[in-house]
Write a protein that binds this ligand. Structure first.
Ligand code: UDP
Length: 236
């Protein structure tokens, strides 16, 4: 396998072409941003942790019947993935109130919901990823009705699998963001990453935050939290 030109550079990752038309290589960086790029920094070792954690969870999800873009982990920071066209929706599932949900609806963080919520943002940095409902997403032709139905079903399935898994390792899965993509034949698969950058993880006993909120809110011990999550997930 030969790595070719960089196709895209985002806040936390770079994407490269390979000699296979249907396969790309993702490279995970230590760069961290928050608040739509307003806050910038580095989290030492984050790239390796997010790469390894994402790949572990993607393979677990595949085993539970969730199709993903994962192909092969090459090394600490590099992974081969299937080429997809990303559906420009961020899908957010919540089990416990936190972050923008608590702020928007004027409630405290930590309310455990009877059933998970789902919400969508329109992936558009210039607009600041505004919240969007499914009727609006359809009006803008961001996805078809069948795709939205598939995405919703898969997102709740991901929550069921991950919530149970994290409970076993002493972590409450508070909320998380998913992205989906279309393979060349149109199949919807889970893409992007699942990591402490994109999930809220609270220690089940102490309720200590073990995710990017430590960076966003200047809580300190950011690297320790990412390491602790890798240890719990990968058992090392
Ligand atoms: N999230 C993300 N990328 C985003 C926005 C949110 O990965 O651009 C994740 C975030 O880490 C959290 C969940 O989605 O686990 C819900 O985030 P929220 O809407 O509360 O926004 P935030 O408070 O993070 O701005």
């Amino acid at each position: 396998m030969e790595v070719k030109e960089m196709l895209y550079e985002g806040k936390a990752k770079q994407v490269f072409a390979t000699d296979r038309d249907d396969v790309l290589m993702v490279h995970y960086k230590d760069d961290a941003t928050a608040f739509n790029g307003l806050k910038k920094g580095t989290i030492e070792g984050k790239g390796v942790i997010n790469n390894r954690v994402t790949n572990y969870l993607m393979q677990k999800l595949e085993g539970e019947g969730v199709p993903t873009h994962f192909v092969e982990e090459l090394n600490g920071r590099d992974t081969l993935v299937k080429r997809v066209r990303i559906v420009p929706l961020e899908v957010i599932i919540r089990n416990i109130s936190a972050g923008s949900f608590a702020k928007r609806f004027g409630v405290e963080e930590g309310i455990v919901f009877d059933a998970p919520t789902i919400e969508y943002s329109y992936k558009n940095d210039e607009l600041g990823d505004p919240m969007i409902n499914t009727a609006q997403a359809l009006a803008l032709k961001l996805a078809t009705p069948a795709e939205i139905e598939t995405i919703r079903t898969l997102a709740f399935k991901v929550n069921d699998v991950l919530k149970a898994f994290f409970k076993e390792v002493g972590v409450d899965l508070v909320d998380f963001k998913l992205e989906f993509g279309r393979l060349s034949d149109g199949t919807i698969v889970l893409a992007d990453e699942i990591s402490p950058d994109t999930c809220r993880f609270w220690d089940s006993k102490t309720h200590e935050k073990l995710d990017k909120d430590r960076f966003r809110r200047d809580l300190g011990n950011v690297e320790d939290a990412y390491h602790e999550m890798m240890k719990r997930i990968l058992g090392e």
